[in-house]
Design a binder for this molecule. Sequence first.
Ligand SMILES: Cc1cc2nc3c(=O)[nH]c(=O)nc-3n(C[C@H](O)[C@H](O)[C@H](O)COP(=O)(O)OP(=O)(O)OC[C@H]3O[C@@H](n4cnc5c(N)ncnc54)[C@H](O)[C@@H]3O)c2cc1C
Ligand code: FES
Length: 298
Amino acid sequence: MSADPARPHRGTIFLEEATLIGQESWPDGQYVMRLAAPRCAAHATPGSFVHVRCATDLPMRRPLSIQRVDREAGWVEILYKVLGTGLARLAAARPGDKLSCLGPIGRGFTVRAERPRRLLIGGGVGIPPMVFLAEELRDAPGARPVVMMGSEIPFPFRTRPSAVMLPGLPPAVIATMPLLDEWGIACRLASQRGYAGCYEGFVTEMAAEWLATLGPAALAETEIYACGPTPMLRAVAAVAARFGVPAQVSLEEFMACAVGGCAGCVVRVEGPEGPAMKRVCVDGPVFEARTVFPEAYA
Ligand SMILES: Cc1cc2nc3c(=O)[nH]c(=O)nc-3n(C[C@H](O)[C@H](O)[C@H](O)COP(=O)(O)OP(=O)(O)OC[C@H]3O[C@@H](n4cnc5c(N)ncnc54)[C@H](O)[C@@H]3O)c2cc1C
Ligand code: FES
């Protein structure tokens, strides 16, 4: 595989001079940004990400998940939280600015027909791929997905009470992401911060409480998809193991090239043939939870 970001990667990753067309700011340094990047938008799938140059004088790009795409209009949407220099510079960009964008990158989530009940779990900046997956699944065969999101800072959208029923959780747990409600998708929010209408606790505790209300037949049709910080993903694997359902998790690792050339992002996975080192950027970022957190299944 080529490490040269100037060349298209196997015809699936494109280098585009994207135009910033929208930048909304939310509390605690969170931003929702739209980039006109038609080739990336055309090929993105849930779980894939872009590698963005945040400013012309910053050589290191930053990897950011794709939250939504409009393939006809040619834009991709990302949600990010500023941690350091790169994303702070990105937050200073204004509509009309050009940003070099490499994407879409990575192997995203695999939707399996034999598991038509899908539970999507997103934590913090792991929320974006879950929104993308929910949008792709809303008209797919099978039940509409159930989405659960957790955050310890205010959610990067205006929460409101949901109009979509979700039996199995206390009625007071009613706050949702309005976009998902408009799509007719049941979504519930969790936080330890006591936000109105949210489940008080970790999103994985809410997921376990809900899964415990499903019977064996429903569990046999259920699969979990998750993205978030590593401790949350480890807890997702434990919940999946407890209820005997498969789970796919999207990992975050420090990345340099993001096109498979530098081995800077490798993680150890336990496959059927034993342990192997995999690159999160191009072999992932999505992996089967049991291969990344085998201890949860011991
Ligand atoms: C596949 C993938 C998808 C991601 N999706 C999102 C997203 O949708 N929204 C979001 O806010 N964040 C996301 N992240 C994390 C995001 O890339 C880092 O928070 C960001 O690179 C930090 O940059 P900074 O300039 O703010 O911080 P700095 O501390 O200045 O970054 C310094 C260096 O560390 C690297 N780095 C720091 N933290 C991380 C991290 N957690 N993961 C990888 N590299 C890191 C940066 O790439 C940079 O090279 C994702 C990471 C990966 C790997
Ligand atoms: S970041 Fe270079 S191989 Fe993944």
